[in-house]
Structure formats: C-alpha cells, structure tokens
Design a protein around this ligand. Sequence first.
Ligand SMILES: [Zn+2]
Length: 483
Amino acid sequence: MRRILLSAAVLVAIVPASRGREPFFPPSPPLRGRGEQERPVLEVGFGETDITPAVGKEPVYLAGFGQNRKATKVHDPLFARAVVLREGKRKIALASVDLVGFFRTNVVKVRKRLPGFDYVLVSSTHNHEGPDTLGLWGPSPFVSGIDEGYLKTVEQQIVKAIEQADAKAVPATARLGSARAPDLLHDGREPYIKHDELVAVHFRQTKGEKPVGIVVQWNCHPETLGGKNTEISADFAGVTVKYLQDKHRCPVVYLTGTVGGLMTSLHVPVKNKDGKLLSEETWEKTERYGILIGEVAERALKSARPVRLTPLRAHTREVFVPLDNKLYLLGRQLGVLKRDAYLWKGDASKAEAAPAAETKKPLCMKTEIGWLSLGELDVAAIPGEIYPELVLDKVQDPPDPGADFPTAPIEPAIYKQLRGPHRMLIGLANDEIGYIIPKRQWDEKKPFCYGRKRAQYGEANSVGPEAAPLLCNAFRDLVGKAK
Ligand SMILES: [Zn+2]
C-alpha cells in the first residue's frame, strides 16, 4: 500500500521421464513403514477460478497507489487459486487471490459456505494492479472504490476453487525446499532487514509420481508495474505462476508472505537476458522479475527434500486491535472503510460491538492470527503486512533515538515460536489490517529516526503502534498453549 486515503503460492509433480528426461528427484520412499504409527494418507488437490473484473460499463478502480486510477483494459487475468490438504476426515484449504487485500468479513462469508472444512485460509497476493477491494482507492478520498457485486463474485469464485481442489484431491507425497534471493528484494525503509527466503512445496501422486501441483511463497509487494499503470494485471506473481505451470505442467498456488518494512520489487535492478537494465514500472521489467522469481523457485525445488505434512492441525485466535489511525477512523465515519468496530477496553481477547455512529470512545477491530502445524511444516498466518524484523527476530536494539516508543519491549518474534524443521509465513491471511510495525520502530513524531527530516512511510497505513505487540504476543500464546 502506498500513500493513500484521504491524502490515502511445486507442489510440483515432476513429469516422469516420458520424454526421455530423468525425473528431477528420486521417488521419495513411502513415509509409512518408517516405524511411524499408521496415519491416514495425505490427500492433496488444486483448484483455480478466474476473478478478473469486467472493464467497460462500470469503472474499475485500481488499488494500491493513489485514488481514482481507473482500469482501461485487462493485461492478464486475475485468479483465485486453492490447495486442499486432507487427512482422513480432516480438511484444510489454503486459497490465494490476486487482490490487494480481502477483509475478514468477506473471508467469514467464504468459510460459511465451506462447512466441511476444519480450516479455510484466504490470503491476498497484495496485488497493486487489481481492483479496489478495501475501499481506499475510489474516485476520491470520500468515496469507496469497492464494487460490492464484484466482491460477492470473488467470494463465490474462492468457494468454487476450493471445492474444485477438494474434488480433485488424491493421495500425495510432499517435498519442500527453500532458496534465498536478497538481490531480488528492495527494502524501502530503515532499518534495512529483508526476508529473502522463498519456500516451495511440491506434491506428487503417491502412486506413479504424477504431478499434483506447486505452492510457492515469496515476500514482495506485487507492484512492479507501478502507480501509473491502468491495465489490470496480477503483476509479477502471475508471471511466476505461469512460468512454473509451463515448466512443471501442474497447477500453482502463489502465496505472499512478509511484505512489511517494505519488501518490494520497485527499485530492484532487473536486466533482460542480454544484460540490458529494464526500466522501472514497465511490463518488460515485471515479466522478467516474475521469471527470475520462477527461477528462484526452481532452485528451491531442486534442493527439496521429502517432508511429512501430517498430522494436519490448524489453530486460530481472534485478536482485537486498537484502531488508532485517524485516517482509518475518518474513513469509517465516511463509510469508505466498511469494517465493524468494537469498543476498545484494553483487552485484545474480547470487546463489545460499537454502535455504527460511535466516534468518541476508543475503538478497535477484530482480526485473527493462525498457526498451521502441518506435520514437519509450521505455517504462521498473519492478517496484514508484517515487518521482517518481527518475523526474523531483528527488531532494532537499541532503538533509534528518534523512536516514538523507545522503551517498548521487543515483540516475541514469529519464527522463534515455531518448532517444526520447516516454516512458512502467509501474510494478508484472512484479513488486511495494513502494516504491522515493531512498536519501538514506530516513528510518527519529531525528531524522526535516522536523522531524517520527514518520517519514513509506513505508519499512515497501519492501524496503530499496538498492532505488533498484540499480534505477536497472541501468536506466542497461541503456539505456546497448543503445544
Ligand atoms: Zn503494502
């Protein structure tokens, strides 16, 4: 998200050597029989539906940068993609949409239509070249850019993609690999800490090794086309998906992870095959960047090793987070930001619903965190754009003298809570509450950090300085209690 408002996923099934090529990986030995207690087999399926809005009669407001950016045509389609994991009667669905964000209110509607699932996660890639689904990018700061009819369609299409994946689920084995790509990330805010690990998981049919699909998770704002572009696109994420689909002839789910603090493809120097530097905010750079991320995924797949993903367990917790952002509060009053609010009484575990007209009392909003324990893989589900410092335990210490809350305790880091040999983070998971900033790096008041004349960008699109401590503590408790 850029200054806006009011100023503001290999689940790779390697193609067997049908065309005389050796399969990449030796077939993984059957997991059962390693003295492990008999477990129901893991079954996996993929689904995909098109969620491209129609450009024509009604204006389509593009999200992510300024207001009133109307789509002129479709460059490439937007999708809802899903993977379903099953173990006996237990079912978990992970869906990803090529959108800037998807509020929890909409996710709850999707879940209601999938009663047979133990857990349904809907994450947005945080695409900055797709329609406004949060309300912040309408014709003016006072008018929402959301097309309610379109949102309904998206909900339906997500349900369909998950049902498709469920219907296609087959017994499968899994392999997981990761690769680092620091050169393919630009961090737009001090302190410069990158979450530059890409994780890829591949599934193959237990019998016959036939492809089942790919999940890839990377940490970057899909905004390579920039804020002047008016053609609907999935940005680089669409290119990465297509690259892996073509290469492995199987479905692909792309998941956005840690994008706060500010992980972006903007200002990343990208050269074409001939070594020519490609211009910023062009399709050439976007396409090339997407292919380069595809190649990083290939590297991860090459190093992939068998991973046990059962037992499947999902743990979630609702968290009430104070709504301190004055622009968001104004947006709510103006009906631009359509979100239920609650009366904040200092308790993140419970709060009373606030009357719609409430403007005086402190308010908060309800969101959720999740921890998926998938056998040897731990997944953190975070409802917004978390800063890498909070994931990787790299919050600045001591804080910069300009920090607004220099004595704030350092938040318990997300990955530090996880015990499994493998881990992954899904951002914008089941909600989009904006930036989640370490409290001691919060910097809104003079003197500004790092001797700067102006505050760095970030706080304008965060609900407030309490979000990070409340969410990180709740995550620690959630994992701690469930163990
Ligand atoms: Zn963002």
